[in-house]
Design a protein around this ligand. Sequence first.
Ligand code: 28F
Length: 657
Amino acid sequence: MDKNLHTSYSAKDIVTLEGLDAVRKRPGMYIGTTGAKGLHHILWEIVDNAMDEAMNGYADKISVTIYDDNSVSVEDNGRGIPVDDLGKKDKTALEEIFTVLHAGGKFDNEKYEFSGGLHGVGASVTNALSKWLRVKVFSGGSEYIAEFHSPEVDGKIKSGQIKMPLTKLAPSKKRGTLVTFLPDDKVFDKELYNYDLIKNRLRELAFLNKGITLSVEDRRVKNEEGAYKKSTNLYNGGISDFVEYVNRANAKQGDKVIYVESERKAFKVQLAMQYTESYGEKTISFVNNIPTTEGGSHETGFRSAITKCMNDYARKNNLLKQKDANLLGEDYRDGMTAILSIKMQNVQFEGQTKTKLGNPEVKGIVESMISEQLDLFFSIPKNKDSANYIVKRGIEAAKVRDAEKKAKDAQRLKNATTGSVLVGKFSACSGKDPTKNELFIVEGDSAGGSAKQGRDRSFQAILPLKGKPLNTEKKRIDEILKNDEIRAIIYALGTDFYRDFNIKNLKYHKIIILADADQDGAHIRAILLTFFYRYMRQLISEGHVYIGMPPLYKVQKKSDIRYAYNDNELENITTEFKSGYVIQRYKGLGEMNYDQLWDTTLDPKKRTLMRVTIDDAAEAELIISTLMGDNVELRKAFINENANFNKTDNFAEKHSE
Ligand code: 28F
């Protein structure tokens, strides 16, 4: 990172000073990273523009195509970017959108009521970071074209320059906008578009915007029939279909979906809820189609509305006696899956990973809009059984809460000797600064032993796991509390868990799971991620959880020792060595001695960590409830379909120090 970045420039200076060249100079300021996330970000900017046209009611089909030169196109069937200024002004509206930062009128709200692009920086950044970009507009019975490129002039790249000004071509019956671009590999190196990632995001957009068809076609691969891989999503049931999709591993026939929506001037709320036999709460929320995995004021408002409405309903219908205390919000949310989607202007994102909604005024707005609609919904006779069911579940949950509290207090008394659960296992570090300290949760005693010896004890703590920890999915809290491995993790982290979780007490800002790269290791990763996701969610949403990447191979030629972390790297090393080398395939962490473990996996300067992120909460829900739930046939199908049991790693993104 350019150290003086924070002193000499701010985004607005760059805009006035250098236009698009500034984007190329510091891409990280506009798209975060120039890794896979950044490559996909410049695609989302274009998809967002098509989505804006669809959300405002002018388009209902959006298709993405990936080509084998890694160029990609997005097409919508909307009005088409305006071309009526052709020849009138020095810069057409279209040229503005693709060559001026924060241009395209999306930032003055009256033209676009809701825009997903607010969190983005617009199509001009995509243009600036592409080798070339072509726009086709189909409107008024004609086809138009404009082309941009980023040529090298006197050794300097001129980013996103107009190459072919807007030109009218042949007549056409089509309507809409088609943007095709080739990301510049001088910026993104060898990163390639990920079909599954794009497919999942377009499916999420289809759920969030009912009636819009979103598809992606991958022209880099053909199946045996010679057809390209393609996925098309259209959900006329919108987020009601979404909540059933998330619950497909748990829901039973007849588990009703409750759907309410409300719209005021420039503010729209949609809520879909479905109760299932599973425990705990699953709320997946969005603002302008952007996942808010760290929650925020909209979720707070939603939760207050549920609690208030259900307690009022319970009293009014004599399901709670006058003398009974109100139930807690969490009682009503036990077993509930909710999708909350709001659309608004002037969004302020906050939180460690900018996925939390700020805007304090939103809590009250959402609370009143949802309360009003839920009261209406439950006053309709045919919906009474849903309300009665929710209150019944709430009353049961309150009873379990009391039982858990008693179990916990009893446990706490027993826990007074909690050290016992850690004694002989846990090796603390001497440093007291949580932001620097790291906790390695290591599979197996032998690996644990070499981690203890190999680590830097000033900031690295080690917690070896005897065997597989308890699979906490579908388990009650009191059962979970009986498992020593889980208790050891809770105690070592210092945050407590579930209702009593408090991230402020976290003793380690990096929690690194070290497990073998085999099925057992993958199962341990899945179990730990399930537990963190269910009972310590903020650890993941605030980016504290990592997966350690031990090397798969050691290649030795005389005294020259190299490590390969995947087959690709092995190939590079053996090519370099040519001959006279020995390859050792590591079966597990335990095969490495402690200084090799330090060199390859523990040393912050050399190791590779995969940060676990929840990019796709719906996907995470599905993976966890499928993999860890008790629906055996679904799990078998999932594993066969995905082969790579490490699907959980899909939320992981390469993280270098
Ligand atoms: C594949 C990507 O970018 N679609 C778009 C439109 C439609 C209009 C528009 C876009 C300049 C300042 C208003 C048409 N007719 N897909 C897309 N479709 N931009 S981008 O207008 C941009 C103007 O704000 C459009 C009437 N009003 C707006």
